[in-house]
Design a protein around this ligand. Structure first.
Ligand SMILES: Nc1nc2c(ncn2[C@@H]2O[C@H](COP(=O)(O)OP(=O)(O)OP(=O)(O)O)[C@@H](O)[C@H]2O)c(=O)[nH]1
Ligand SMILES: [Mg+2]
Length: 366
């Protein structure tokens, strides 16, 4: 899973990025001085993995990972409706979801480019830029389709006509301020436009970056932001990015102590991962053994045979059955012997829908 961090200049994107990746940067792709994408990885903390490790003492532990891309906002494009271009656009298009940082913190030493702090105005500005970008892509595609419509083959003309009709509908929606993610689309529509990676189609997590002094009001700020910006595909959270970035540098025992004394609540990384999984409809399943305990991330509703393909295409191809126990049952029993004795180990076939927290052993034959 890859999340692209966006937001106006000096809204705290890089601070959020450091908090989420604990300052561990994977790569930094640089194209000129002002344009720079930084990529980092957060290993998803999951208490279930910790329990499995205690139970199996494996040689290796593989946690799930979330990749974050810190995407600087090109300052001169803001408000000029030129749309987003180049590597920024590519990075945004590659993201599974957008992590939209809006500034609620007040800090006189860091003046806001608009002269005042207003998270809703900032959110509108960015959302408008995303809309411009989609409109520009649609416009370019229209030009191509027009040429295709003159094609000699009736079948191609028909396909182009259908696509043009859909794009016209999307365009009219965006112009009425309805992002694509809120428009009604059939599964076929979604397939047809998936290659365009429209930015307003992407699920979004709006992260309201609050100052330390606002921590006591975090709940209230979050609720208001949720009312104004949230829906099923736009989740909203508050985070004190500067504090979280500082806490992320500490050893975990100290971090917990500080967190408690500052009443800083759920760690920012945990909050963002939890909401991103929810936003993208992702769940985790686990494989265990003396060699390795590993967390796998899949979409909700994935059948066992497809989930097997994540591990290895051979297992998907040669699938015989899956032996499944829920994490809760396994933890309660303390090991597979007891799980079997209590009859909690289920034999499941190809079409079994994997549940969050399933511990799976695949039997296969190639
Ligand atoms: N007081 C306070 N300062 C913050 C907070 N978050 C970020 N800052 C400060 O605001 C400044 C800008 O933060 P960055 O994280 O660099 O913001 P950015 O969005 O990455 O900025 P650009 O990359 O320049 O667009 C830095 O000096 C941060 O220390 C916060 O929650 N509270
Ligand atoms: Mg930055």
């Amino acid at each position: 899973m890859e999340l692209g961090i966006i937001g106006l200049p000096k809204n705290g994107k890089t601070t959020v990025f450091s908090a989420l990746t604990r300052g561990r940067t994977e790569t930094s792709r640089s194209g000129g001085q002002s344009s720079k994408l930084t990529i980092g990885v957060d290993k998803v903390a999951d208490r279930r993995v910790d329990t499995l490790v205690e139970m199996f003492h494996p040689k290796r532990v593989v946690q799930a990972e979330v990749r974050y891309v810190d995407i600087p906002w090109a300052p001169d494009s803001t408000g000029k409706s030129q749309g987003i271009g180049g590597e920024y656009l590519n990075a945004l298009q590659r993201s599974d979801a957008l992590l939209h940082v809006v500034r609620a913190f007040d800090e006189p030493s860091v003046p806001h480019i608009q002269g005042s702090v207003d998270p809703y105005r900032d959110a509108d500005t960015i959302n408008l830029e995303l809309a411009f970008s989609d409109l520009a892509i649609i416009e370019r595609r229209f030009q191509r389709l027009e040429a295709d419509l003159k094609s000699s083959k009736a079948q191609e003309r028909e396909a182009s006509r259908r696509e043009a009709a859909l794009l016209t509908r999307l365009k009219e929606g965006i112009e009425k301020d309805v992002p694509i993610r809120k428009q009604e689309l059939t599964a076929e529509d979604i397939k047809l436009i998936s290659a365009y990676q429209f930015l307003t189609a992407k699920p979004m997590l709006v992260l309201c970056n609050i100052g330390e002094a606002q921590l006591p009001q975090a709940g209230k700020i979050e609720e208001e932001a949720r009312q104004r910006l949230g829906n099923s595909r736009v989740l909203v959270a508050t985070m004190c990015a500067k504090l979280e970035a500082d806490l992320a540098q500490l050893p975990s025992a100290e971090e917990e102590e500080f967190r408690r004394s500052l009443e800083a609540g759920e760690p920012g990384t945990a909050k963002v991962t939890r909401l991103s999984y929810q936003l993208l409809g992702l769940i985790s399943f686990f494989t265990t053994g003396p060699d390795e305990v590993k967390a796998w991330t899949i979409r909700e509703g994935t059948p066992a045979v497809k989930a097997a393909g994540q591990i290895h295409s051979d297992i998907e191809r040669g699938f015989i059955r899956a032996e499944v126990v829920s994490f809760d049952d396994l933890a309660r029993c303390g090991g597979f012997a007891e799980v079997r004795r209590q009859g909690r180990l289920r034999l499941e076939g190809k079409t079994y829908t994997v549940k969050d927290g399933d511990v799976i052993e695949y039997l296969f034959n190639v």
